[in-house]
Design a protein around this ligand. Structure first.
Ligand code: AMP
Ligand code: GLY
Length: 418
């Protein structure tokens, strides 16, 4: 069969890598793809936001399955457009993608179905938020409602920061229309964990757990990023009681809520959790694989990913037996100097051919005059399996310095336990 993968990051590279292992698949296209996929996929110069262009391509090339990686085309309705033309696509429709497209939408869902989450209020009027400033005390969590490329959450330590933050979102419109509405939340403390789940409208099945490291520097210092590394399984999930609690208090009510609300969610639901004293609360939903969570999690998947995606589309997930390796996986992101602030692009990358015992997934790379160059903030993801987390970690860190480009930088504490 022919598969089209939409997106260009490390997540889409690992998806393509995993899909390529399916005996059913004989051709993969990637739109637009990146500099590292050439040996397993044909990159097509189409933007992820060009829904009509991608649809036309899929029809002309008789694509059997389209897999949508990032949230933007899902929120824009790529799945709806493909389904309308009778094409098979993995990823939720626009109605369900609102769980990522609007934080207020998700909060209302969680509250309606009694799923544990932080207390919140939503606002469309600047003066109304300013009148309520500090309503839950400090730190004050302020979120732009819409998509803001992971940057729309502000944690204000005091009243001045809160006023500045609200003004930045609603008056200066730093995130554009994403800030037409603002969600203010109670600040939760605890440890964060993310769970990726397959969902077919009827059944929700969690994948193996992972932990993401969001801050730019070692010791969780510096600004938030898209994610600087992950490992799987997450140590928090060694706790059987917690696992049970997540199933009963979070996963079951979510799928029941989807059904009660007529949300035919098919695809991946990414649940961000805050866990304190064994009590999990939902921070957010995303409607796609996490990046770089997908790299560590899919390295550990034994089953054919295409089978599972097709089962999600057809509502047969309950019949799927998803097999995982016992081994642990670690992924470390090699980023451009300066990221998540401004950084240079077009710098030559060398040494990839020297890396042994690891998979290197490309995130922000491009081919220029036959040379591999940097093309984004997160440039490459180095992933390895090991009999345990420590072995996987050693494998990654023993190889990562072989890869070089000017300003290359990574966190040295991914998967390191204190
Ligand atoms: P979100 O995109 O909603 O997950 O928010 C991004 C990050 O902000 C999360 O990963 C948390 O670190 C933090 N965050 C979001 N909501 C809260 C909250 N209610 N309390 C504490 N931290 C939060
Ligand atoms: N790594 C976090 C995300 O993909 O949203």
């Amino acid at each position: 069969m022919k598969v089209l993968v939409i997106g260009s990051g490390g997540r889409e590279h690992v998806l393509t890598w995993k899909i390529a292992q399916s005996p059913k698949v004989d051709k993969i296209y990637c739109a637009p793809g990146n500099g590292g996929m050439a040996d397993i996929a044909e990159c097509v110069d189409l933007s992820v936001e060009d829904i009509q262009g991608c649809l036309k391509f899929a029809k002309e090339h008789e694509v059997d399955l389209t897999v949508v990686g990032p949230e933007v085309p899902l929120v824009m309705g790529m799945t709806d457009a493909f389904e309308k033309e009778g094409l098979r696509v993995f990823g939720p429709n626009a109605k369900c993608a609102e769980f990522e497209g609007s934080k207020a939408f998700t909060k209302a869902f969680l509250q309606r179905h009694n799923i544990p989450t932080a207390a919140y209020k939503e606002y469309t009027d600047l003066d109304a938020v300013l009148a309520d400033i500090g309503i839950y005390g400090y730190p004050m969590v302020i979120k732009a409602d819409g998509l803001a490329a992971g940057k729309g959450v502000l944690i204000a330590e005091n009243e001045q920061e809160a006023r500045d933050g609200v003004n930045m979102i609603m008056a200066d419109r730093e995130f554009g229309a994403a800030g037409d509405k603002v969600v203010v939340e109670e600040f939760l403390t605890g440890r964060e964990a993310s769970i990726l789940c397959f969902v077919d409208g009827e059944t929700i099945v969690p994948m193996e757990s992972a932990q993401d490291y969001k801050r730019a520097y070692d010791g969780d210092e510096g600004l938030n990023t898209g994610g600087m590394g992950t490992y799987s399984p997450n140590v928090l999930f060694d706790d059987a009681v917690l696992k049970q609690r997540i199933q009963e208090d979070i996963l079951t009510p979510i799928i029941e809520g989807f059904k009660a609300d007529g949300m035919d969610f098919k695809g991946v639901l990414f649940i961000g959790l805050m866990i304190e004293d064994g009590v999990p609360k939902v921070l957010e939903f995303n409607v796609r694989f996490g990046d770089p969570e997908a790299q560590s999690v899919l390295m550990r998947m034994d089953s054919d990913l295409v089978d599972i995606m097709e089962a999600c589309i057809d509502g047969r997930l309950a019949d799927c037996d998803i097999a995982w390796k016992d081994e642990a996986a670690v992924t470390v992101v090699l980023a451009s100097g300066g990221y998540p602030g401004p950084y240079d692009k077009g710098l030559e990358i060398t040494g990839l051919d020297k890396v042994e015992g690891c998979e290197v997934f490309h995130a922000g790379t491009a081919l220029k005059d036959g040379k591999l160059v940097t093309a984004g903030g997160r440039v490459l993801c180095v992933s390895a399996l090991g009999k345990d987390r420590e072995e996987a970690r050693q494998r990654v860190y023993s190889q990562i310095d072989k890869i070089a480009f000017e300003g290359a930088r990574y966190r040295s504490d991914i998967a390191k336990m204190n």
